[in-house]
Design a binder for this molecule. Structure first.
Ligand code: PFF
Length: 466
């Protein structure tokens, strides 16, 4: 039994890598990545996305984990420990808040996934003869207040169970079981897609770049997606890093996490687009791709009944291991800073996340017409978190590590556990320092301007002058 106030730790590096990969791999990979690729023209977007992940995502993942491991604290406590200013803990606080905002819409989509396991098992997809029928079915379900809120509650309870059980017993052990299952199920779905007649057209779409579709927005969209998918910019990686010891090798763990996240996104892309193209569906369908287009695909393929059930189980697992990390951030904050007991923190804030999720669930029915800045609650939470809070958090973290804490101190801290890498390839770690200090802040700043619509106005302004 851990003593009161004794901080929990991961049982092994593998446990940490799987838990952090579990956080990274989620709806962002399986729900969002394919439809964003579909809307942005396929392979060219993927190449830019991969560059963003390697040049900005990976260095910032390392920086975030490092701040957590060094301080052994939640996001607020970590900034407090490394700087005297009152400003930086607020940045940590914004991360805790962002976790809530993300959970509030994330858990709603995850709830749909739970509900679709049942829909698939009950054989409902067999009735989907046309896209209209599938779309109507989805709209009817989400328009049902009880279904939306009920599934949200079910999903929140499932996620809370793991966080309630603790870092090692709940999060680590849960991830060790769920991640391999997820991987296996996804491979099965991918093989099914690859063996469909006409599936190769999907591969062509994914891996044959059409550069004419690339615009400035594509690049910025790719960077935004890489932030969301890597759980960056709100302290989730920081919090998970805080349960590591100084003997653990951060760069190698980070490479593994980023590699797994990217691999899963690509496999999900192959699984979904081979199926979509083989059955003649529309690749640029948008957010409904998984819930409206995919069920039709399942009805048209041999073995589709089982594949459909497996698919929504894997989507739910992926969402749970991510939601766990969102909930753990606020839980860690209340344990460290307010001396709460884990169980109380999980019950109170899991409950609160459910309550905040309700307006998102109602955005598809009762509160459809309730808009702020032209967006309903669901879209607003999605937009605010992914396009503003995460990039802002990531930008500030990179600035903090590069300039406030100082890249030299960060550098010598990073060496703990990675002595061999520092001896053998000093150049690689130097590149990390340069990317964190210079490239990441500049590029993320541009994304942020783009999200706020300011960049476009500036570009228009300058093009008028010229
Ligand atoms: N990375 C998750 C996904 O791709 O679904 C989403 C996410 C989880 C974002 C945790 C941020 C976070 F802190």
């Amino acid at each position: 039994m851990p003593q009161l106030n004794e901080r929990e730790q991961w049982g092994s590096k593998l446990g940490f890598v799987l838990a952090a990969a579990g956080s990274a791999i989620g709806l962002g990979n399986i729900w969002k990545f394919p439809y964003v690729v579909g809307q942005n023209g396929g392979a060219a977007f993927i190449i830019i996305y991969l560059l963003c992940v390697a040049m900005i995502g990976l260095p910032v993942v390392i920086a975030e984990i490092l701040v957590g491991r060094t301080t052994q604290r939640n996001p607020v406590g970590a900034f407090k420990a490394l700087s005297k200013s009152k400003f930086w803990p607020l940045v940590g606080g914004m991360g805790v808040l962002a976790g809530f905002v993300i959970l509030s819409f994330y858990a709603v989509v995850a709830g749909w996934s739970v509900g679709y396991i049942y829909e698939a098992a009950a054989g409902r997809f067999a009735e989907f003869k046309t896209p209209e029928i599938a779309g109507n079915h989805f709209n009817n379900l989400t328009a049902n207040v009880y279904w939306g809120i009920g599934m949200l509650a079910l999903f929140m309870i499932m996620s809370m169970t793991f966080v309630y059980a603790g870092v090692k017993k709940g999060i680590e052990n849960g991830s060790k079981i769920m991640m391999p299952i997820l991987f296996l199920l996804l491979i099965i779905v991918m093989i099914r897609g690859l063996t469909l007649e006409g599936g190769d057209k999907g591969l062509e779409f994914l891996f044959n770049p059409d550069w004419s579709k690339v615009t400035g927005t594509t690049i910025l969209e790719a960077l935004g997606q890489s932030f969301f998918t890597l759980s960056l910019g709100m302290g989730a990686m920081l919090t998970y890093g805080s349960y590591m010891t100084r003997k653990d090798n951060i760069p190698s763990a980070a490479v593994e996490i980023v590699f797994l996240d990217t691999l899963i996104a690509l496999i999900a892309g192959v699984a979904i687009f081979t199926a979509v193209f083989a059955t003649g569906q529309n690749a640029a369908e948008g957010p409904g791709l998984i819930f409206q287009t995919l069920p039709i695909v399942f009805t048209k393929m041999p073995g589709g009944y089982i594949i459909a059930i497996l698919f929504f189980i894997l989507l739910t697992i992926a969402a749970i291991t991510s939601a766990i990390s969102l909930l753990e951030v606020v839980t860690a904050y209340f344990i460290d800073e307010k001396k709460w007991k884990r169980h109380n923190a999980v019950l109170v804030f899991g409950g609160l996340a459910f309550i905040i999720g309700i307006p998102s669930a109602l955005s598809f029915n009762l509160m459809k017409d309730f808009t702020l800045f032209g967006l309903n609650f669901f879209d607003l939470a999605n937009y605010l978190s992914a396009n503003i809070m995460l990039p802002l958090g990531g930008l500030l973290l990179a600035i903090f590590v590069g300039y406030i804490w100082g890249i030299d101190k960060a550098f010598s801290e990073l060496k703990n556990g990675a002595e061999k890498l520092f001896e053998k390839s000093k150049l690689r770690v130097k590149i990390w320092a340069i990317l964190v200090k210079y490239l990441a802040p500049v590029l993320i700043f541009l994304v942020l301007l783009q999200s706020l619509g300011i960049l476009q106005k500036l570009l228009d302004f300058f093009s008028e002058i010229i």
